[in-house]
Design a binder for this molecule. Sequence first.
Ligand SMILES: Cc1cc2nc3c(=O)[nH]c(=O)nc-3n(C[C@H](O)[C@H](O)[C@H](O)COP(=O)(O)OP(=O)(O)OC[C@H]3O[C@@H](n4cnc5c(N)ncnc54)[C@H](O)[C@@H]3O)c2cc1C
Length: 480
Amino acid sequence: MENKKALIIGAGIAGLCMGIYLRKKGYETTILEMHTISGGLATAWKKKGYTFENCIHWLVGSKVGEQMNLMWKEVFDINQLKFYEDEIFQVIEKNDERLIIYRNADKLEAELLAKAPEDATAIKEFTGLVRLFSTFKFPDSDAFFSRMLYYVKIVKYLPAMNKYSKLTMADYAQRFKNPLLKHFFDSGIGELSLLAIVFSLAWMHNCDAGYPIGGSLKMIGLIEETYKKLGGEIKFRAKVKQIQVENNRAVGVVLENGEQIKADVVISAADGYATIYKMLEGKFVDNKINKIYETYKPFPSYVQVSFGVNDSFKDEPGFINILLDHEIEIDPETRMNNLSFRIFNYDPTFAPPGKTAIVCFIPTYNYEYWITLRENDNSLYADQKNKIAQEVIAIFEKRFPFAHDKIEVLDVATPATVFRYTGNWKASMEGWLLTPATGFGQLPATLPNLKNFYMVGQWISPGGGLPSGLLTARNVSKII
Ligand SMILES: Cc1cc2nc3c(=O)[nH]c(=O)nc-3n(C[C@H](O)[C@H](O)[C@H](O)COP(=O)(O)OP(=O)(O)OC[C@H]3O[C@@H](n4cnc5c(N)ncnc54)[C@H](O)[C@@H]3O)c2cc1C
């Protein structure tokens, strides 16, 4: 096996996990990454002593001994991460009104019943779902008997799965009368499957979705270290332009600089659209694949305003969503009536002592506007970024007046940044949205009529997320 050569396109979480599994099976592996560091979307950047996190809010698998924790151990020593778990997931505020979304379902239920007794029936239904799914396990073996046993074990979840998998967050929001509670369900991405938030809260209830101190850079660094210790190679600044095919077999790649690299197997852990329709020129598709790319909706892109504040934000919430009195315009097609701030007062590695890194994430589907603006008019692009930053800061300072005049660093990333650094289609933050139409299953890892080629990562796993990188790589390594 030592002679078999695998090329992996992309050093995001999926590409790194793929590299580790194949090295363990004896393949000679090279990961080709267009950027200068690993991580893809799972990244952060440093500016004047502050670190601005791009990704991890929570990592499923933080609880020792749970299913995902055991799988992470296959690709790195997760015990080296220190997890932080606030009892509060999110605080939602409108002027003097405040709703706390607790991670524990019992505390959450008590809080919601106290603040919104008019919604008692829907609240109990929702927290009941969170408790139910907190014990749910995903299949982790394809062996016949394991599968059979698995189906027996999940019977009790099937009626709820069947009933609620047809609902979106926006559908479910209609059940609530309390404005803040309604807002919790429909302020984000309305088309997202209700079960996406149920599962997220279920993992939190089970204390299996903590935040790793040091964030994405720490976690990705440990996974990259494992890969390199196993003898895997990564080539940075190596953008793949084309996947070479001979007699319906992938035989290597051509880089943008013209270099050709041969391999026995090629795996794309990069953007799905670019892989299928550009690197492979759309030659290996069928109706099913075309229909996915025509009809499935990706997660939105985003503008991220990050700033460093000379204050500890002691006793302030780590994640706050503020409902605004007036809408603000982010770009010609995006208006926001609320803003979310992550206050990293719990991660001492992100700022010098007594100071705090803050990140405001603003979703937008208007990626074309940002990419075109940056290409055509750099000065207008800079003005637009600054305008949004000032509006965001004004809202933040109104809520936290003590922060006034203490902001020492400012950074704005846009969909143009996301696209430039990760190549994701439509500058999406997480691949395909998990919706009632996509369901929970993975999409095919292979393409019709193409041998020795596989895909892994968020574009074959609706809902995306870091675990999707590991799970898809794990499956493909078994197929290979
Ligand atoms: C704001 C935000 C918050 C998130 N929060 C969480 C969270 O709390 N928990 C969680 O689990 N997930 C979260 N996610 C989602 C998670 O980050 C992604 O789903 C996951 O990182 C995707 O990994 P991937 O390897 O599939 O793809 P990517 O990370 O996109 O990696 C693809 C890699 O391929 C490279 N590449 C692309 N094209 C080429 C080419 N032609 N040649 C060479 N290299 C190429 C890219 O540079 C990149 O490194 C969040 C994402 C965002 C943006």
